[in-house]
Design a protein around this ligand. Structure first.
Ligand code: HEC
Ligand code: HEC
Length: 253
């Protein structure tokens, strides 16, 4: 259609018809209740955050044999159904305002188990727990020492200023639960290059952990305590206490 004719048509149709103007809702959310295939359910409900093949998403890779070996079906079902309070992991079950029936949730759980079948490493059996773990008090001084030995090669001395993001960034801490941080310390992030508690990354020892023993349960608790001690009530900008107030700041001083 030539441009002039198009323009004339747009004008003639007035404001009721404009290119790109939404008419009836174009997308129905969720899958119909009859869909039980893992691929469509994953693509519609999980892939945007956990990645197409269960990795390389912004949220934890679920296509991780160590992670999958440490969680039960029941844990996965409950997490998917209820979401994780205070985080971006949404509740998916119809009962909780989501779009998935119990059968569809079961299909996703068994789909993850049967599609991603790499064997977990033998040491999975000795891993610190990532579900039903005890919230032990953890010692922040010892945690800092663990951090500056095990984590600083990638995350920087005291958690800032290196190639990997800062796990003590207050905005990160506002979005992530202790659960998520613990699972990250134990399982690493095999998609983006963070080693697990043993110091392995995709089955091979990470050079940054050379000569270091596997993390113990105590060390996991201590480093978690140190990281989470940086949570603040009001994360992000403005930072009134630091004086970095910005032009719009109307507080005192
Ligand atoms: C809008 C983004 C988003 C969507 C969609 C999403 N997740 Fe998540 N998911 C997250 C985030 C963020 C976390 C970590 C939350 C936290 O801090 O504990 C998470 C955590 C999880 C965990 C728990 C990890 C742990 O610590 O043990 C599981 C299991 C999980 N998601 C499965 C799924 C499945 C399966 C789907 C699809 C049915 C899905 N998620 C859809 C964002 C999402
Ligand atoms: C070999 C490098 C390396 C080491 C060692 C390492 N990490 Fe990471 N870590 C990464 C990378 C890469 C990421 C993901 C990208 C980013 O956040 O910049 C990451 C992400 C994280 C995250 C955020 C997870 C997420 O999904 O956004 C936390 C929390 C974390 N690391 C904690 C630790 C702790 C605690 C240690 C020490 C016990 C540690 N890391 C050791 C490389 C490493």
């Amino acid at each position: 259609m030539n441009r002039l004719l198009m323009l004339t048509l747009v004008i003639a149709a007035g404001c009721d018809w404009m290119p790109g103007r939404p008419t009836v809702p174009e997308v129905t959310r969720g899958n119909p209740a009859t869909v039980h295939g893992f691929a469509p359910l994953w693509a519609t409900n999980c892939q945007g955050c956990h990645g197409e093949e269960g990795l390389w998403g912004p949220a934890r890779p679920l296509n991780d044999p160590l992670y999958q070996s440490l969680v039960t079906d029941e844990w996965l079902r409950t997490t998917i159904s209820d979401g994780i309070d205070g985080t971006l992991m949404p509740p998916h079950s119809v009962d909780n305002g989501g779009w998935m029936t119990p059968e569809q949730i079961d299909s996703v759980v068994s789909g993850m188990r049967t599609h991603w079948t790499d064997n977990p490493p033998a040491y999975a059996a000795q891993s610190p727990a990532i579900i039903n773990w005890k919230k032990s008090p953890g010692n922040t001084d010892r945690g800092l020492a663990v951090f500056n030995t095990y984590c600083s090669p990638c995350h920087g001395e005291n958690g800032v200023g290196a190639m990997a993001g800062s796990p003590i960034d207050t905005s990160f801490l506002a979005l992530a639960s202790d659960q998520m941080i613990r699972a990250t310390i134990v399982c690493g992030r095999p998609d983006v290059g963070m080693p697990d508690w043993q110091g392995n990354f995709n089955g091979k020892p990470a050079p940054e952990r050379d000569g270091l023993a596997p993390l113990t349960e105590r060390q996991v608790a201590d480093v978690l305590a140190w990281i989470t001690s940086h949570r603040v009530e009001f994360p992000g900008q403005p930072y009134p206490a630091s004086g970095n107030n910005g032009p719009g700041y109307r507080g005192g001083n």
